[in-house]
Write a new protein. Structure first.
Lengths: 505, 186, 325
């Protein structure tokens, strides 16, 4: 009950008028930063961090949490409206969010994303409050073998469901994995695949560059050709009644959202895994469990809710290894960790015992930030939907500018801007020949983790491949992964058998 | 996806066997084969075999063998394209839409020119020029809209990226013009 | 050589003291006219990145610079990307770079066309220390226990560390060489990852910096065996140094700032003064004592000399580690 006392104190602080003002500012700023293609919570946090040494730490934490949550909500906005995922965590949101926007249901998709994020955030914060300390041991049990099994699982939940041309899907996965190997071989420390000796390749090919190129530039070029400059989306209108209808619609998604929250929290909690695999797995599983899996990818509302609950839950979950083990699961938590160190806090198992006021102050800020993020987001949805009603050439030119500037901003290299244009053109051409893009982007995100954990395990186990199966956690994951791989095939076989039996076909 | 659906529609209606789409599919697959060979050549600078000393594959193995799989799959697409049941075999739409291909090429060139101008003229010349061209000449919008966007966008970029987020955009030779602004806003 | 170094050091100290005295005159001559880029030779979230951002926030808080200092991560290729970038910035007065030991190791390992002698040395802020760690559940308490345990494992002893060819792997090969051991080196992405894998029981020992293990150490989950420092660390008074135990194993990680070749002398003076004030700040002094960093401040030519000596040392270390594997 000591816990409740600390939490109450935390709330007393975070609900002071001045702090509510800070939350509002932080959430709004975060929302806009997150909605900008190329920018995400990491930019928001990086810029606010030095300021937080001037204001009192309690307000600083509130501001950082508000920006963090705001940016997580904002990521879904560019995924849905423009089809450009602002962060790797929001890739899965584009699969159904973009089609919904094209069908004129942008408002509904945005409401679904906001509500789902809120549910994911809330459930995960509650889980965090109750189980943070014991769960740290689970995170510790994750070594390289378990990480590999988890990534493999994330891959199979997604890839096993693909309905595209098999050869082309395999090519795109391999291409993504090869591109993810560009830069440095961590194990030997040697540079590799430095094309044309360009120093820009030393840091590898970032996810954002590929995603902005393919989904930003490539998508607009594709639209210019196929739509003959006609508006690409049915203009969406948003009224209070639609908002109400949307919220009622979302009420039906309880199963998807609660599953996504738990999954997101647990996957996000594992260091190194983070929110991207969580969002993918949540999407894959929602599709697998759905009664109408064929609607996925064509504008299913579950397809927006599932990844959004999971990625928000995972971003709360990823605070857990940062606080209890001192290991950041993402660049953003790495910056937050740096901030804590500067405030004189030592993250690690003792933090919860030595600095309870900080920890519970942080948790209560998470509750308030989440609440205000959903309110601000819902209030701004009409504005975002209105932006889609601009003439196509105006929208296009502005998106091009955002792609160039947003692609430059994270790394500040012109090299990346060139790559964006290159990937845009190549992506546009490949798309016309039915090469699927999502496997390429996801392989690029998951590739480095997959290769590294695979090789680390083999080095540690003297080349023994059985290590992946023998260890209990990784063995279980491998078995589930195999199941996911086989299940769609079984369904296919069943369908074939049924077709053989019915002579009418 | 959309092209595929259209392909199926054409397939039902019946069409020629040797289509432009089929040729394009082959050319792209051949291109991927060339690309994979290039990747394999690059990757083979590092050990590509199983390293007995440390356990596990060498540094070049991952990209090398994956490029190999890419090569085989692309080869499969080329072979498959000679069968009647190949995707696109009955799709007689042109690969590029002749009416709008010009727009795509022009926009791509404009974009390339903008990026090429960034390091010299800087973002605050290149981007307004791009917007001016796109809105006025390509989009045929009025002067009011064009002017408003061409002026407001750089102002927004400056205050959002530089002043708020402290991310400096490339300026090229316009750099000295910004010294007073830096002194005022930082 | 020790004598020579000491003399150089004292000379440097005198020089920097003289510089500090005349600094105000210099400072009025030159001021940055635009925000200053602080290139970080490592990716976001690592130890080097956190330290660089700490410097940035102290500079901002204490108002030590007239223009903002903007950190930019260029960690690609173990810092190769940052080195090439700095080389291309020749004569630029608005770029400084936060370095670590990959300043020497990366150009030594791969030919990237960069000669670090050309860079302008600015200031060395600190030397980070290394400690040999084991899991607190193991029954290893002394260095002798450790050596015996590694021998008994028959080459299966797992040492975790950062990428091959970087600091941790060099320290490991120093250990292997000194005691004639055979160790399986498992590279991880960052020091925090290494620390967690030790506590989780996935690896058997590490040579983490104290700051990376501090959280686990205070929770009683990891145990220091010996330090690779000349004298005992204040934070671990009961942990012997390798030198005390009769093994000349000393290794440290420098945290310095360099600037591109051909930076104007007035600009160099400006940044040197800025880092001097930073070095004297209370935040920085508290931080170094808490995190077991040695705040050995060094500037100018003396720092340049130091880089060259260290490069020699690393060349032979790298040779040794490559023979070992």
């Amino acid at each position: 009950m000591e816990l409740l006392g600390y939490l109450g104190e935390g709330f007393a602080t975070s609900l002071m008028p001045i702090n509510i003002l800070i939350v509002m500012i932080g959430v709004t700023a975060g929302l806009f930063i997150g909605a900008m293609p190329g920018l995400g919570s990491v930019n928001g946090v990086a810029i606010v961090l030095p300021i937080t040494f001037i204001v009192p730490p309690s307000s600083a934490i509130i501001l950082l949490c508000a920006i963090y949550y705001g940016a997580m909500y904002g990521g879904a906005i560019s995924s849905i409206l423009l089809g450009i995922p602002g962060a790797s965590t929001a890739v899965a949101t584009t699969f159904d969010g973009r089609p919904m926007a094209q069908q004129g249901k942008a408002g509904l998709a945005l409401i679904a994303a906001a509500a789902a994020s809120f549910v994911g955030g809330t459930i995960s914060v509650v889980l965090f409050t109750l189980f943070a300390v014991p769960l740290a041991d689970v995170a510790l049990a994750f070594g390289p073998a378990e990480e590999f099994a988890l990534v493999l699982l994330a891959f199979t939940t997604f890839v096993g469901l693909g309905g595209d041309d098999v050869l082309k899907t395999i090519i795109m996965i391999c291409l993504g994995l090869v591109l993810s190997a560009v830069g440095l071989d961590l194990i030997s420390g040697d540079p590799r695949l430095i094309f044309f000796d360009q120093p820009g390749f030393y840091s590898g090919i970032s996810f954002l560059v590929l995603a902005i190129g393919i989904y930003g530039v490539g998508e607009i070029l594709y639209t210019i050709e196929t739509q003959k400059s006609a508006p690409q989306v049915t203009p969406a209108k948003i009224t209070f009644r639609e908002l109400w209808y949307g919220l009622k619609e979302i009420n039906k998604l309880w199963k998807t959202m609660s599953f996504g929250s738990f999954l997101g929290f647990f996957v996000g909690m594992l260091p190194a895994a983070g929110a991207t695999p969580a969002a993918l797995m949540s999407y894959g599983i929602a599709k697998l469990l759905s009664k109408k899996p064929e609607t996925f990818g064509k504008g299913a509302i579950e397809g927006v809710a599932a990844p959004e609950t999971a990625n928000n839950a995972a971003s709360t979950g990823s605070l857990l290894p940062m606080l209890t083990l001192g290991i950041p699961g993402s660049p953003t938590t790495a910056l937050l960790l740096g901030g804590m160190v500067m405030w004189g806090l030592v993250p690690g198992p003792m933090l919860f015992i030595e600095q309870p006021d900080f920890v519970w102050g942080l948790i209560s800020s998470l509750y308030t930030a989440n609440l205000f993020a959903v309110l601000v987001n819902l209030a701004l949805i009409p504005l975002f939907v209105w932006a889609l009603r601009m003439p196509f050439t105006v929208l296009c030119s502005l998106v091009f500018v955002l792609c160039l500037v947003g692609g430059f901003a994270p790394s500040q290299k012109l090299h990346d801007v060139w790559l964006i244009v290159g990937f845009g053109v190549v992506g546009y051409v490949l798309r016309k020949a039915d090469y699927p893009m999502a496997p390429l982007v996801l392989a690029l995100v998951l590739g480095p983790l997959m290769e590294r954990s695979f090789r680390q395990t083999l080095i540690a186990e003297q080349g023994n491949m059985m290590a992946f199966v023998e260890r209990p956690i990784s063995g279980t994951f491998m078995a589930i992964a195999a199941l996911f791989f086989v299940l769609p095939m079984l369904k296919h076989v069943k369908r074939l058998l049924r077709r053989d039996l019915s002579p009418a076909e | 996806m959309i092209t595929g659906a259209r392909g199926k529609l054409r397939a039902c209606l019946g069409g020629k066997v040797e289509t432009i789409m089929l040729t394009a599919d082959r050319v792209l697959a051949a291109g991927i084969m060339v690309l994979s060979v290039y990747f394999m050549w690059h990757a083979s600078a590092l050990p590509i075999g199983w390293n007995g000393m440390t356990g596990g594959p060498g540094g070049g193995a991952f990209p090398f063998w994956l490029s190999g799989i890419m090569f085989l799959c692309a080869g499969g697409i080329v072979l498959r394209s000679f069968k009647d049941s190949a995707p696109f075999a009955k799709d007689d739409t042109p690969f590029f839409d002749p009416d709008t291909l010009r727009s795509v090429v022009v926009v791509t060139l404009a974009l390339t020119a903008t990026v090429a101008a960034l390091p010299f003229a800087g973002a605050y010349i290149a981007i307004p020029m791009f917007l001016l061209w796109y809105l006025k000449i390509y989009g045929k919008h009025g002067w009011v809209l064009t002017g408003a966007l061409t002026i407001c966008t750089p102002v927004f970029l400056f205050f959002f990226f530089e002043v708020t987020l402290k991310i400096l955009l490339p300026k090229g030779w316009t750099e000295p013009w910004f010294f007073p602004l830096y002194a005022r806003f930082f | 050589m020790t004598l020579k170094l000491t003399r150089r050091l004292s000379l440097a100290l005198a020089a920097s003291a003289a510089l500090a005295a005349t600094a105000p005159a210099f400072a009025s001559d030159w001021k940055p006219s635009k925000p200053v880029e602080m290139v970080i030779m490592a990716g976001q979230g690592g130890g080097a990145d956190r330290l660089a951002r700490l410097f940035q926030s102290i500079i901002q808080k204490e108002n030590l610079a007239s223009m903002p200092i903007l950190p930019v991560n260029k960690g690609g290729g173990s810092g190769a990307e940052a080195l090439r970038y700095l080389k291309d910035k020749e004569g630029d007065n608005h770029v400084i770079m936060a370095t670590l030991n990959s300043l020497y190791t990366t150009p030594l390992r791969t030919d990237i066309g960069v000669n670090i002698e050309e860079f302008t040395p600015i200031a060395r802020m600190a030397l980070d220390t290394f400690v040999l760690w084991v899991n607190a559940d193991s029954d290893i308490y002394t260095l002798d226990d450790y050596v015996a345990a590694v021998r008994a494992s028959g080459g299966q002893w797992k040492m975790g560390g950062t990428g091959t060819g970087q600091e941790d792997s060099l320290v490991t090969s120093m250990l292997e060489n000194e005691f004639g051991l055979e160790i399986t080196y498992v590279p991880f992405k960052g020091g925090g990852d290494v620390a967690k894998n030790l506590v989780g029981g996935h690896i058997d020992s590490t040579v983490n910096n104290p700051s990376e293990q501090l959280g686990f150490f205070t929770a009683g989950k990891s145990r220091p065996i010996a330090t690779f420092t000349p004298t005992r660390l204040a934070a671990f008074p009961d942990t012997p140094t390798m030198t005390e135990l009769g093994h000349e194993l000393v290794y440290d990680m420098q945290r310095s700032f360099v600037a591109p070749a051909g930076m104007a002398p007035e600009a160099v003076a400006y940044y040197t003064e800025m880092f001097e004030k930073l070095n004297a700040s209370e935040e920085w002094q508290t931080y170094t004592s808490e995190k077991s960093l040695a705040p050995d401040f060094l500037t100018g030519d003396a720092l340049g000399e130091y880089f060259l000596v260290e490069r020699e040392k690393h060349a032979s270390l790298l040779e040794m580690s490559e023979q070992g594997s």
